[in-house]
Design a protein around this ligand. Structure first.
Ligand SMILES: *Cc1c(COP(=O)(O)O)cnc(C)c1O
Length: 391
């Protein structure tokens, strides 16, 4: 037997973290790291945030789980707040991004089929997209490397080039139920959609009577400097998936929708045993307490502005390492020239955690509440790494 007790589906870096505080992590061997990956855009308020910790501790002593057979106060509170601060009228709670997307896809099919349009089930997605690792969301993402060995691919997903409106229009058929895009592609390599593209998708969706779904699992919840990334475009979707940053590190996902899109999601049509349990809701409500505070998003934008200015200077200084800074707010991609894994490894050696992305990008997804100290430390680590990579 050579298989490890933990199923080896990840190529993990050899480090075990023991403690976290703000943007900093301490490993079991005493090494300290600056966390500019935030567990892949999850710990958006840093580690051990006092308000989140207190909220979760208080809930731990009261009640963990009751199931969705009963009302859950935290769900009602969180749903009301998400509705009050978005295009949506209603929210379904689950435990992950993939589940939030599954709910979105099911809702899109049911929206048409419950109206008697039984043949409408196809979802058009964008190339380079990532929507999760369940069978349906793998088909939605359409990436060969993720689908390999898991055939047959779930039927009903067509892909077109991200940003290409001609392809999108041409792909629409009487079977199309929805268009699904990430307003900023994350795993695909931090590629923001042009606001004009999102506007046109809204028009196309309306023209053909299909639902427009935004996957904001990675770009939502303040990451881009707006509560939701699509707000930069002025366009609203019919359905939106959230997860990563929503629980600040506690697993929680949500599918938000307009009343029209969700009107056939009646009792018994969808469910989740764990979805929206009191612990998850305490965590997510605590995250919203902070993110919705007056001035929070303004500070995210100011921080992003400072960081972008410094990163642009770094890219100019190291043309053999990076060719571009891209993204929106604190969802940042550095387009690398050496293999991005080498760059991430080099930054790691200098105490900075970053994340690889598609298109040979190094992703920076720092906590949204970092300050000047963290920016200085990150740039110093990157500078040292880039000097070595340029040699
Ligand atoms: C991470 C991610 C998902 C999947 O989320 P999981 O919680 O891993 O299931 C879906 N969509 C996007 C855009 C993501 O970044």
């Amino acid at each position: 037997m050579t298989i490890t007790p933990v199923m080896p589906t990840y190529a993990r870096t050899d480090v075990v973290f023991e403690r976290g505080e703000g943007a900093w992590l301490t490993a079991t061997d005493g090494r300290r790291f600056l966390d500019f990956g935030a567990g892949i855009a999850v710990t958006s308020l840093g580690h051990a945030h006092p308000h989140l910790t207190a909220a979760l501790k208080a809930q731990v002593d009261k009640l963990w789980h009751t199931s969705n057979l009963y009302r859950i106060a935290g769900q009602e509170k969180l749903a009301e707040r998400l509705v009050a601060n978005s295009f949506a009228d209603t929210a379904f709670f689950c435990n992950s991004g993939a589940e939030a997307m599954e709910c979105s896809i099911k809702m899109a099919r049911r929206f048409h089929q419950a109206q008697g349009d039984k043949g409408r089930y196809c979802v058009i997605t964008a190339r380079g997209a990532f929507h999760g690792r369940t069978l349906a969301t793998l088909a939605a993402g359409g990436q060969e490397k993720h689908l390999d060995g898991f055939a047959p691919k779930v039927e009903g997903f067509d892909q077109v080039a991200f940003g290409n409106l001609n392809e999108m229009r041409a792909a629409i058929t009487p079977e199309t139920a929805a268009i699904v895009v990430e307003p900023v592609q994350g795993e695909g390599g931090i590629i923001p959609a042009d606001p004009a593209y999102l506007k046109a998708l809204r028009q196309i969706a309306d023209e053909f009577g299909v639902l427009l779904v935004f996957d904001e699992v990675q770009c939502g919840l303040g990451r881009t400097g707006k509560l939701f990334a699509h707000e930069w475009s002025g366009v609203t979707p019919d359905v939106m998936a959230l997860a990563k940053g929503l629980g600040g590190g506690f697993p929680v996902g949500a599918c938000l929708a307009t009343e029209r899109a969700a009107r056939f999601m009646t009792a018994g049509t969808h469910g989740s045993t764990f979805g929206g349990n009191p612990l998850a809701m305490a965590a997510a409500n605590a995250v919203l307490d902070v993110v919705l505070e007056a001035g929070f998003l303004g500070r995210v934008n100011a921080t992003a502005h400072t960081l972008w200015t410094r990163l642009k200077a770094m890219v100019a200084k190291f043309p053999k390492v990076f060719s571009e800074v891209r993204g929106q707010g604190l969802m940042i991609g550095l387009k690398a020239l050496p293999p991005n894994g080498d760059v991430v490894g080099k930054f790691f050696a200098h105490g900075l955690l970053t994340v690889v992305g598609g298109d040979n990008v190094v992703r920076l997804l720092p906590p949204l509440n970092i300050g000047a100290t963290e920016i200085d430390a990150a740039l110093a680590a990157m500078d040292r790494g880039c000097v070595e990579l340029s040699a």
